[in-house]
Design a protein around this ligand. Sequence first.
Ligand code: MRU
Length: 347
Amino acid sequence: MKVETTLWWDARGNCIRYIDQTLLPNEYKIGECRDIERWATAIRRLEVRGAPALGVAGGYGVALASVLADEESFSRFMDKVRRDGEYLRATRPTAINLGWGIDRVLGRMAVEASIPAARLAAIAEAEEIAREDTECCHAIGDFGASLLPDNCTVMTHCNAGALACSSWGTALGVIRSAVKRGKEVKVIACETRPLLQGARLTAWELDRDGIDVTVITDSMAAHVLRTRKIDAVIVGADRITRDAVFNKIGTYGHAISAKHHGIPFYVAAPRSTFDPVNGEKDVIIEERKRDEVTTLGQRIFVPPGAGVLNFGFDATPIDLVTAVVTECGVFRPPIDIKALLSRPAVK
Ligand code: MRU
């Protein structure tokens, strides 16, 4: 089975359903979520992950909160749903899409006049976010595919695929669209320590689609860029500010190596990933738990006395980026984010 949708609203069960990404590639399991605490845990544990998918997760989280809230007055009901939204927003600070999805559904609910109408509006808006995300990914794919040579090898990092979005993917969407056009694309997937989204998820997705994929350890990337014919590096993003692209830890190093070797470095992301307000210094880079770095399976391989740093993301200065591929086209830095966000939505 191909990955069609990463997460969705189950109208019969009044709950969220999603592919549990912590179990892949060994087990394909659909999780279900019926309460906010559990949804916050699913987001923190990366059962659902990837910036655009987190936007959808934020939207469905608010929809779930609206179904669960049993306050009698409309204002108390909205206060409760907003509190749950804030709780979900705090689970992961770097990807801007999570808060964007939460705010969009809260905004849609606030204009309704009754609790039943607000609940229906919340579910409809969250589903609309998911639908638009798929549409954006296909548009990104179409614009980005034109950047790739007919016969090429590209390197990617982490997972910016169908699993990181509603479907299709951003960076992997570009690769999928290029393959669909008949281009021959080979992919080098960096494993992405410590949680191995590249090895586990990117390789799984591409392999299932019959796209040629080779996994390397992260520390091999510079050597591969130097010694193999790599035509482009293409990654997704968790947040794009005027001065930097935030993406999975390790991205910055790939951007430096690509620049040094004269290889284009592309970022593929929908407009929901752009931050029109903050600069690099204002953004919190998520720091995760020690055991993700010290433990593999049951085995601990860092002595207890040693310190550990576990940054989830890094910031790549915008001048290392050749172009950002969005659903509105390809933009070369410097990018006027406010102008980009004020363009009409893709329909
Ligand atoms: O910690 P994760 O797995 O949520 O990090 C995901 C990434 O860094 C992706 O590259 C990014 O969200 C872009 S996904 C289209």
